[in-house]
Design a protein. Structure first.
Length: 186
């Protein structure tokens, strides 16, 4: 008698072998990663999202789901303090999203943010500043009327500019934050 281990995993392997159903597997494994991330179990999330990404890359390397799992891995690597890895995953997601939707699509908000965060936390503030600059219009498009979210993003950008020694530009962003806060209160 052959022991097949986890029957769910065996079924997924069979589905991939027979039908190339990587999206089914990635979705199933991806949900496990999401649940683990939400519990704060980042090591499990990393493992599960890595499995999902490998499944997608085999058959759909430029699919939006492949970009999504790169984004999720960038997110979890940032949470784990693995900033170089986070930067690499974010770069892959940005490349896929840009190719699929163009350089200013709202779908770039998350990977650009993860990339900026990864570079910032490596202490490379001057390198992070252009990523933040590119992200501002994309994040604005994504967030729409969510002023609180935009203010938080701009505060992070301002911090980066201050640390990069770009005080004049940081002052402009600080003025914008102040204006948004006033609009929010009105």
């Amino acid at each position: 008698m052959v022991h097949i281990g986890n029957p769910g995993i065996a079924l997924c392997a069979l589905l991939i072998a027979v039908s190339g159903c990587a999206q089914f597997t990635a979705g199933w494994v991806g949900a496990e990663g999401r649940d683990a991330y939400n519990r704060g179990d980042y090591a499990t999330a990393e493992r599960e999202w890595s499995k999902a990404l490998r499944a997608m890359e085999k058959t759909n390397p430029e699919d939006p789901d492949t970009a999504f799992f790169n984004e999720q891995l960038a997110r979890v690597e940032n949470a784990l303090g693995k900033y170089t890895e986070a930067e690499q995953y974010a770069a892959k997601a940005i490349a896929i999203r840009t190719k699929l939707s163009g350089p200013n699509d709202a779908s770039l908000a998350h990977p650009l943010y993860e990339m900026a965060q990864a570079v910032y936390y490596q202490g490379r503030y001057a390198d992070a500043a252009p990523i933040f600059r590119r992200a501002v219009p994309v994040v604005e498009k994504k967030l729409g009327t969510d002023k609180k979210g935009l203010i938080g993003f701009l505060e992070f950008f301002s911090s980066c500019l201050h640390k990069a020694g770009l005080a004049a530009e940081a002052s402009e962003i600080d003025q914008r934050i102040k204006s948004l806060r006033h609009e929010k209160e009105s």
